[in-house]
Write a protein that binds this ligand. Structure first.
Ligand code: HEC
Ligand code: HEC
Ligand code: HEC
Ligand code: HEC
Length: 357
């Protein structure tokens, strides 16, 4: 056989395989995908801006993302009468509540945070409710204040939906999604790979196992580093600043991956991919996310990080820092936590700080 003929045979074989594969994809696309994927367009036509939802997975996870029912309704009479501050000994944050409201809140908190351990998780087995001996109670008092701050000062992010302890805890004392500072990997540092003491080049779970610097939470959700790379006044990136460099691009990308994964969305949920920096072309969700970054930072700086001395060692990170929150702590993989259930309204004590008697 001549060489030319051999080549033609090979070519026609490749073409056949190609056609068969193409048909396979068409069948797969025609039969499989529409059943699984639901698409919502979120931006201009032709810019690929849509959010796809896998209905099968969503159905399986429905229970996890369902908001719990209100325990029971209170009658108007129960709203009256002496307050918790008047009845009990050591109520520093919730003292303005009527006794009935206070008791219902304690029962709800138990469901939200420690359903298996019960009241004892914060009050001990002895039933000495006024005592502050357990760290869990001291942490909880701060959690009440943090929740009030989220609901009263961050409406630009949480709207009128708000959050309760359940948004983060989901029936567990330790929320599923928390973060700590990444310890520096000395071995990487010694051989000089990666930025900042080798926090790069170790495939981190935070960054979808990419070898990006993986302590972007400390950089952006605890410290206030610049997230902007484009929109610079200068035509060329600055060499010495932390702005527009490859280094800052990698850090930013790490955070963006977390935000996408934490909300279960794609980059185009918040960006028009023809210009990631342009706010005029971004969907409104990006503005909500902008506030979310500032909110998460405030929660970590003012509430969660300072609790460090209160926690037992077993709860602290490798660097000895306190557990902290990121987007996934509330969102748990969907764009609206608990599918946007407005559960905070049922517990007015969580909506704003109360004036104590
Ligand atoms: C997740 C932690 C947590 C759980 C669980 C919990 N509590 Fe509390 N409880 C607190 C905190 C925090 C305070 C103090 C609130 C304040 O200072 O405003 C408190 C205060 C109290 C007080 C006031 C005691 C006093 O004399 O000062 C009573 C009574 C009480 N809780 C009852 C209960 C009961 C009953 C349960 C179970 C149904 C329960 N709590 C479950 C955190 C918890
Ligand atoms: C924004 C998310 C968020 C909200 C809302 C929230 N928490 Fe927390 N909570 C956390 C994080 C993060 C931790 C640290 C986890 C750890 O202890 O390891 C924590 C820890 C705790 C702990 C200590 C658990 C332990 O065993 O170490 C208690 C108790 C607690 N929270 C109670 C509450 C109560 C009560 C509320 C509602 C008033 C609440 N939390 C609301 C995020 C939240
Ligand atoms: C949930 C919304 C959201 C998602 C999802 C998201 N981003 Fe962002 N992105 C933002 C916000 C908000 C900012 C601006 C942050 C700031 O300035 O504080 C930003 C900033 C950026 C910037 C810097 C723009 C500038 O002005 O220099 C880039 C680049 C970027 N994102 C890329 C991505 C990529 C790539 C993805 C997907 C992996 C992604 N983003 C996913 C919200 C999002
Ligand atoms: C304290 C809990 C909490 C944290 C932490 C949090 N969010 Fe949210 N987020 C919410 C709530 C509640 C809503 C409002 C949902 C609604 O309106 O139904 C929301 C809404 C959003 C929306 C709008 C979704 C839509 O479909 O319109 C975006 C985008 C968003 N969050 C991004 C983020 C990002 C990015 C972070 C981390 C930097 C973050 N969130 C951290 C609670 C939180």
């Amino acid at each position: 056989m001549s060489r030319r003929l051999e080549e033609m045979k090979l070519n026609s074989f490749i073409i056949k395989v190609g056609i068969a594969f193409g048909l396979f994809l068409v069948v797969l696309g025609g039969v499989g995908l529409p059943v699984i994927l639901d698409k919502t367009q979120t931006g201009f036509r032709g810019t690929g801006m849509f959010v796809s939802v896998n209905e099968t997975i969503r159905e399986e996870e429905k229970q996890f993302h369902a908001a719990p029912e209100v325990l029971y309704e209170l009658t108007p009479e129960e709203e009256e009468g002496p307050t918790a501050g008047e009845i009990y000994e050591n109520v520093q944050v919730l003292g303005h509540l009527s006794d009935a409201r206070f008791t219902r809140l304690m029962a709800a908190v138990t469901e939200w945070v420690s359903p298996e351990e019960g009241c004892a998780y914060c009050h001990g087995e002895e039933g000495n409710f006024a005592s502050d001996d357990l760290y869990t109670k001291v942490v909880s008092r701060r959690m009440f204040q943090m929740t009030q701050t989220i609901n009263s000062q961050w409406q630009d992010h949480v709207g009128n939906v708000g959050v309760t302890c359940y948004t983060c805890h989901r029936g567990q004392p330790v929320p599923a999604n928390i973060w700590f500072e990444e310890p520096v990997d000395e071995s990487n540092d010694a051989i000089g790979v990666g930025w900042d003491g080798g926090s790069q080049n170790r495939p981190g779970e935070n960054v979808a196992l990419a070898t990006l610097p993986n302590d972007h939470f400390t950089a952006f959700l605890l410290n206030d580093n610049n997230i902007r790379l484009q929109n610079m006044d200068d035509a060329l990136p600055q060499r010495d600043g932390d702005y527009g460099t490859i280094k800052s691009t990698e850090w930013t990308y790490g955070l963006m991956i977390h935000m996408s994964e934490g909300l279960g969305v794609n980059c185009v949920f918040c960006h028009n991919s023809r210009n990631f920096g342009a706010w005029e072309e971004s969907p409104p969700q990006r503005v909500t996310a902008w506030h979310g970054i500032r909110m998460a930072r405030q929660l970590n700086v003012e509430y969660l990080d300072p609790l460090q001395p209160v926690y037992p060692d077993i709860r602290l990170g490798e660097n000895g820092d306190a557990p902290k929150a990121n987007c996934a702590t509330c969102h748990a993989g969907i764009n609206k936590p608990l599918y946007g259930a407005p559960m905070a309204n049922d517990y007015p004590a969580l909506l704003q700080p109360g004036s104590l008697p």
